[in-house]
Design a binder for this molecule. Structure first.
Ligand code: SF4
Length: 269
């Protein structure tokens, strides 16, 4: 098999994560069917009517989304044995017992509820699987040294040379364009929904944004000075221990998401 995508299988399951197929989630089951040839009949509820299991990948489905969904399923399996109650504190989360048990924490000013079978952000399942990847990676880290507010640039983190430009493109330059010409009060107000607090220094505006409870990001903004030929500039700093909580790819995505949140808040005003 392997020609039908995980998403095509997943759409035919009820999405109830009942576990009767021996997998923790419908997504994990779908990935197993698609990639390892597991028997789709392992789910008693699946609707296979009209599905050609030998068909080519269904047209119109995004391969990168398929990869991301497979990674979400992989991470769900990796965290399936974690003791949520034990790690909640070090992640800055609140543990809620029950079936399923849940970790509750803030994600860019939104309420994330993370279970081993799925995630809700402000009550809605995230449309983009990269949010789930980011949050599952955070939980999978199991935590580490808490932030001590010793701030470093991306270039100071290990194995980050190729990431500096990505951070500039997807976060720093976007925020510089957004903030340019705005008053410090206006920029601070944009940070309020993100629970940002002011930093202290000599830049035009400095904000500390708690992207995740243990992953603050420090935003330094210098406004444009056309008379001197200076363009607006943003520099993002991270706590020196940030890689105890996120891998570098997830950290980049967290910075990108922060920029998007600022843009959305600005448009909504
Ligand atoms: S048996 Fe079906 S519904 Fe239940 S978790 Fe597995 S795929 Fe989902």
């Amino acid at each position: 098999m392997g020609a039908v995508t995980p998403l095509a299988i997943f759409k035919r399951t009820p999405g109830t994560n009942c576990g009767q197929c021996g997998r923790p989630t419908c997504l994990a089951f779908s990935v197993a069917v698609s990639t390892t040839g597991a028997d789709p009949a392992g789910c008693p509820y699946i609707d296979l009517a009209g599905l050609d299991l030998g068909a080519a990948v269904i047209a119109g489905e995004d391969p990168s989304r398929e990869r991301d969904l497979a990674l979400v399923a992989h991470l769900q399996e990796k965290i399936s044995d974690l003791d949520f109650a034990a790690i909640a504190g070090v992640l800055g989360a609140v543990w809620e017992g029950g079936a399923p048990e849940v970790l509750i924490f803030s994600y860019l000013g939104q309420a994330a509820r993370l279970a081993k079978t799925g995630i809700f952000i402000d009550g809605v399942a995230p449309e983009d699987p990269r949010d789930a990847i980011l949050l599952y990676n955070y939980v999978h880290s199991g935590g580490g040294r808490p932030p001590d507010h010793t701030w470093v640039g991306m270039e100071s983190l290990p194995n980050s040379i190729s990431k500096v430009r990505t951070l500039a493109t997807y976060c720093e330059q976007r925020l510089a364009r957004l903030f340019a010409g705005k008053t410090p009060a206006t920029i601070m107000a944009l940070g309020q929904p993100l629970e940002a607090r002011p930093g202290s220094g000599t830049a035009s505006v400095e904000l500390i944004v708690p992207v995740l409870p243990m992953v603050p990001q420090y935003v330094l903004f210098w406004d444009e000075e056309p008379a001197d030929g200076f363009e607006a500039r943003v520099k993002i700093l991270f706590d020196q221990h940030v890689l105890d909580f996120l891998d570098i790819e997830s950290l980049l995505f967290a910075a990108e998401r922060m920029a998007e949140r600022f843009e959305c808040i600005s448009v909504a005003r």
